[in-house]
Design a protein around this ligand. Sequence first.
Ligand SMILES: NC(=O)c1ccc[n+]([C@@H]2O[C@H](COP(=O)([O-])OP(=O)(O)OC[C@H]3O[C@@H](n4cnc5c(N)ncnc54)[C@H](OP(=O)(O)O)[C@@H]3O)[C@@H](O)[C@H]2O)c1
Length: 216
Amino acid sequence: MSKIALFGANGTIGSRVLDEALERGHEVTAVVRDPAKLTRTHPRLTVTTGDVLDPASVAAAAEGQDVLVSAVGGGDGPGHVATIEPSAKSLVAGLRKLGDAAPRLIAVGGAGSLRTPDGKQVWDAEGLPEFLLQIMHAHGDALDFYRTVSDVRWTNLSPAALIEPGERTGAYRTALDDLVADEDGGSRISAEDYAVALLDEVERPRHTGERFTVGY
Ligand SMILES: NC(=O)c1ccc[n+]([C@@H]2O[C@H](COP(=O)([O-])OP(=O)(O)OC[C@H]3O[C@@H](n4cnc5c(N)ncnc54)[C@H](OP(=O)(O)O)[C@@H]3O)[C@@H](O)[C@H]2O)c1
């Protein structure tokens, strides 16, 4: 059993991470801006208030935990873009306050920077809407930042190109910087199986200090 602090616990991805973590017997502290929005109750779930953009809040949430998970962002608006890279910097700054006692960090990333078989990256595809490009590049900037960090044990987990609520199959494939796609080029993962991969990394760390990605 691990002690996990989770930012974004009421989000599309974060709520699946919460369910998977509780299902596996972990103890979860959900760190949310508005506790009234998190209706889930469970004997091993504690809800606390915090803001991922405040390093002091991150440090308070992370203290005494084994793993800190961040699944923040969300929506199509500028608030989403404005959260991504600043949250990476705030998470690392908060963990640095705890020194050697800091837990590992697993942060939800983006698919945009993943390499495609034609030697390009997902964000090079034609016709992507501007708001999506901005989100993709914000995740790319966050990953570039993480890659400068050697004093915090971080992992960045990029979803497949398409992630949406669906079935928990328990089956998935991983790669490091290459998009995981099927034989037709489709790249997808359910939010439930993404959570399986993330909790597998919580329980058996294999990607500390690097980005990996998950798809079918
Ligand atoms: N294919 C891809 O690459 C792909 C696809 C989908 C998502 N993603 C990424 O995955 C992440 C999560 O996406 P999602 O769809 O699950 O988003 P979501 O459903 O909108 O959830 C976002 C969560 O972040 C929380 N949050 C936002 N700002 C916060 C702050 N300052 N402090 C604490 N919590 C904060 C929100 O809390 P509130 O409820 O309080 O607002 C919410 O729980 C995003 O970074 C997104 O870009 C990547």
